[in-house]
Ligand binder design. Structure first.
Ligand code: SF4
Length: 323
């Protein structure tokens, strides 16, 4: 029988490439977003919306956050609001941030696509985090539509202005993340446009990321080393390439191996080797058997990317057509 007190909205701490051991808070139904990025590692957006909503009751999310902090405090470097979709769409995000502040001194981060920062009310709500990591992959509307496939109401020029306005008032760290894609935003023109946008926003850092896990569309490829060098040269001094993850997932409270695997691949696809390493509290043979069982039961799927086999969450949908 399953533990009645399993977590739905909180996971980890997980090793984060930028934030150390990060306790994730996910206030959204799976893949609810106002973008449908071609590189999204969670697959295609299932609910495309630009309407903010209290998808789950705030008090239920906070009950879990309190429980997780009590149980795992020693292992947490950061608390990170990061949806399996876009967290700015959670209509009680400001209250969620304040409630977390009331119960812990741990630093708080928000990982977002930044799309709703053009709204005054949304900017006000998120001013109190310590670190905000918005993404920005293109600075012209045509390329924005090609890469991020946004909700029809979204305009990249308004989003960039909103990010700049937010940065003027924000006292914490703002790190812009650019997903660098081969042949799309790694050539001179889009990079020069991004540089102008970044100069306007003035974040403390710009972080280049590459799609190292299966993207929503199979044809998406990471920028080559030449593309990365070009981006570093054009985007300027504060640019860094994000390195690989370190450490293990904290699976405290998860005793069933299949639940442990689902918990991990729900956050992003993983190959078998990584899974065995991460699940070192279980024997490798048990992990393999559990993966086969999950596949038989239709709870996990295998997909190929970059010559490797990845295990993915069964609700993730990936495109297999060429562009
Ligand atoms: S990468 Fe982020 S913003 Fe893009 S579709 Fe996925 S969840 Fe939404």
């Amino acid at each position: 029988m399953k533990d009645k007190k399993e977590f739905r909205f909180v996971y980890g701490p997980v090793p984060s490439r930028r934030l150390g051991r990060s306790l994730g808070i996910d206030p959204l139904p799976f893949k609810t977003c106002n973008y449908n990025c071609i590189y999204c590692q969670l697959g295609h957006t299932r609910t495309m919306t630009n309407e903010r909503s209290e998808f789950f009751p705030l008090n239920e999310i906070m009950d879990e956050v309190k429980r997780a902090i009590t149980l795992k405090s020693q292992n947490i470097d950061f608390i990170t609001i990061v949806g399996s979709g876009e967290p700015l769409l959670y209509s009680r995000l400001g209250e969620l941030i304040r409630s977390i502040r009331d119960i812990t001194d741990k630093p708080l981060a928000l990982i977002t696509n930044g799309s709703l920062l053009y709204r005054d009310d949304v900017r006000d709500e998120v001013l109190d985090v310590d670190v905000i990591i918005p993404s920005l992959d293109a600075a012209n509307q045509e390329l924005f539509k090609r890469i991020n496939r946004p909700h029809k109401d979204l305009r990249i020029d308004r989003i960039i202005e909103g990010m700049a306005e937010f940065r003027r008032r924000f006292k914490g760290q703002m790190w812009i993340e650019v997903m660098l894609l081969d042949g799309l935003n790694d050539t001179e023109k889009p990079l020069l446009e991004l540089r102008d946008a970044i100069e306007l926003i003035r974040p403390q850092k710009v972080q280049i990321n590459l799609p190292i896990r299966p993207p929503a569309e199979e044809w998406v490829k990471p920028a080559s080393s030449e593309g990365v060098m070009r981006a570093k040269a054009i985007l300027g001094r504060a640019v860094e390439l994000i390195g690989p993850q370190i450490g293990d997932f904290d699976l405290t409270g998860v005793s069933d191996i299949t639940d442990a695997i689902v918990e991990i691949i729900k956050r992003h696809p993983m190959n078998e080797k990584e899974l065995i390493k991460t699940l070192k509290k279980f024997a490798p043979m048990d992990v393999r058997n559990a993966l086969e069982k999950l596949e038989r039961e239709g709870r996990a799927r295998k997909i190929e990317y970059s010559g490797m086999t990845f295990w993915t969450y069964v609700k993730s949908r990936y495109g297999r057509k060429s562009r």
